[in-house]
Design a protein around this ligand. Sequence first.
Ligand SMILES: Cc1cc2nc3c(=O)[nH]c(=O)nc-3n(C[C@H](O)[C@H](O)[C@H](O)COP(=O)(O)O)c2cc1C
Length: 395
Amino acid sequence: MVRWFTAGESHGEGLIIIVEGIPAGLPLGEEYIATHLARRQKGYGRGGRMLIEQDHAHIMSGVRHGQTLGSPIGMTLENKDWANWREAMAVEPVDNPDPDWKGRRITRIRPGHADLPGAMKYGFDDVRNVLERASARETAARVAAGAVAMRLLEEFGIRMRSHVISIGGVFASPQEADTIDWQAVEDSPVRCADPEAAERMVAEIDAAKEAGDTTGGTVEVIAENVPIGLGSHVHWDRKIDGRVAQALMSINAVKAVSIGPGWDIVNQRGSQVQDVIEPVTDPDHPWQRKTNRMGGTEGGMTDGMPLVARFAIKPIATMTNPLPSVDLDTGEIVQAHYERSDVCQVPPAGVIGEAMVALVLVDAFMEKFGGDSVQETRRNYEGYLKTVGPRKLYQ
Ligand SMILES: Cc1cc2nc3c(=O)[nH]c(=O)nc-3n(C[C@H](O)[C@H](O)[C@H](O)COP(=O)(O)O)c2cc1C
């Protein structure tokens, strides 16, 4: 079992990450994690915060001489912006009489953010106490944890990808995953494989920004080379599709998740949507299919095809042209609070989605293959692969 935790506020001193259950002997370094953190920081439509931060996770435990020890991997990730918020986010009480002080109470609740339910639930009279943790700054910590997961999955040939399908109603032309130029996605300002659509997405983000508004969209995450049989049909909370859906839905502002094309196929006939199994000709690659409409899962288990999940992310709640709202103290009409914010968070959401799916897969992978060292996990994995062909031919 792989467990992980994050801690940290958006403008606090930094983020803390603990990943536990990674076997010993995995090559891991800070630079690898930094590559993924840098991918999350990019994307057209992001606010000024990303110009301040240069995310780098510092490994404090669980790694020695470039290899994991099997002990919990502890990391810290500094918030450079904390320098501007030291007093407003101080651990000790602060009394600052300046009416423009950053630490002043926030009471103008934003519809669409965690402000109102968070303040009610935790008994706060200052919305900052909620928004600091509800902020997607926390997703940097998820990407650091996800990078550790990806490093282990890579040892077994599993690779994570993601690309943007739509932003603000502009759709990329549909493309099979195996024809996508992944370097072009990495180089695209909106992480979209279709350069013509990418230009229109950028224009849509500009138009939303001009109007003081924000824009959302959809993203696809793909895990390639996933072995058959991760997850289980035997109990609801072990089903891999359910675990992936929960993980993706937990990303800030995600409002819908599908495994494979999901909504696009449910109104077709059964004969049009199942993925027909091909006759086995290659013992090393049994159980091939020409299509992957089930997104690589059947019965709550991976089926040997790439695991594909899509998610829809809503437009951001904080707008330079704020919606009317009400004041937390009086209940009277005010304009919702604004503080520096993204206009579109869809491009980085793909990188966060990769991390979340990797964390689910690594958990399911270790559940299936176990092992306290990578060598032991590999022995178990290779032994299992020898058993997955047609029963009379390969056993
Ligand atoms: C990468 C990323 C960046 C985000 N940036 C912002 C932002 O700058 N401003 C904002 O109001 N919401 C932003 N959000 C969304 C909020 O965090 C989210 O809407 C809020 O926590 C409420 O949660 P909910 O939308 O899931 O209900 C971002 C989300 C992601 C994934």
